[in-house]
Design a protein around this ligand. Structure first.
Ligand SMILES: Nc1ncnc2c1ncn2[C@@H]1O[C@H](COP(=O)(O)OP(=O)(O)OP(=O)(O)O)[C@@H](O)[C@H]1O
Length: 266
């Protein structure tokens, strides 16, 4: 098997723009008026306390949820290309009752990748995620860390332009976390945009180019990572970084601080 670097992905579906996006379940507004833009080639970390709306935000971006208000707009207008250009790794990934290799092959078949190409992509994805030796093992008997790597391999095999990851290192030990971070940096270097949630601030510091801080369904701050970690402007984000509990009541009209000084960031 080749040890070549990860295959670069083509671009075209980004930027992704959210305009005043809200999400509602019953009479509860769970995501409120989120406006932001994701550019190609970046690594975005979405942080914030439990229940802040991070997973919902990813699902809205990925098209798994429909906004109650507002718009989720991709640069690419062809819906099939948009769907093909993205993949998601879930916090608790579902493995099929098949081998690790077959789990990846199945995902490729579902995306209509030609049979002749599938085998090579499966082998490459397994190799690049360090899973070749467990290729024929039932996916469900793999360790948690191996299963997370397999989820990433399965998503990566699709060659997405954008990869959404919902706490991919939750419950993993430091070596497993480190190896996944290394893998994500390689995927990023190959040109895939990463939009990921994490509770691990160390990890956010290591991986992020841009940080989105969420609190109670609102995007409170969207900044370049260096600037954010040097001292966020939003007081809740400051408290969060200090490890203070964020339980006090806030007024609903609070604005989001966006300190990105790039164009197109509203
Ligand atoms: N279908 C639903 N119906 C009602 N409430 C929901 C639904 N989906 C999510 N929620 C609530 O919305 C809030 C945000 O959920 P979300 O999973 O996005 O939080 P999170 O920031 O990812 O949290 P965590 O860090 O704990 O994973 C939570 O309070 C959750 O209970």
């Amino acid at each position: 098997m080749t040890d070549q670097p990860l295959t670069a992905v083509s671009r075209g579906i980004l930027p992704l723009e959210l305009r005043n996006v809200s999400y509602q379940a019953g009479d509860k507004r769970l995501v409120k008026d989120v406006t932001c833009q994701f550019q190609a080639g970046h690594r975005y970390m979405v942080i914030g306390p439990n229940g802040a709306g991070k997973t919902l935000l990813l699902r809205l971006c990925h098209g798994l949820l429909k906004p109650a208000a507002g718009q989720v707009r991709w640069q690419e207008k062809d819906k099939r290309r948009v769907i093909k250009g993205q993949a998601m790794v879930f916090q608790r990934s579902v493995m099929m009752r098949r081998s690790a290799a077959e789990n990846i092959a199945f995902a490729l078949a579902a995306r209509n990748v030609a049979k002749a190409e599938r085998r090579e992509r499966v082998e490459q994805a397994l190799f690049q995620t360090g899973l070749t030796r467990v290729a024929d093992r039932p996916a469900r008997v793999l360790s948690l860390g191996e299963q997370q790597r397999l989820s990433i391999a399965r998503a990566w095999a699709l060659r997405p332009e954008v990869l959404f990851l919902d706490e991919p290192c939750a419950s993993l030990d430091p070596p497993a976390t480190h190896s996944i971070e290394k893998l994500l940096m390689e995927i990023s270097a190959a040109g895939t945009t990463l939009i990921m949630t994490t509770h691990d601030l160390g990890q956010a510091r290591r991986l992020a180019q841009d940080v989105l801080f969420m609190f109670r369904g609102r995007l409170k701050e969207f900044s370049e990572a260096e600037r954010f970690f040097a001292g966020p402007e939003n007081d809740l984000a400051q408290a969060y970084l200090k490890g203070d509990l964020l339980w006090w009541k806030r007024r609903p009209e609070e604005d989001c601080v966006q300190t990105q000084n790039k164009p197109n960031r509203t």
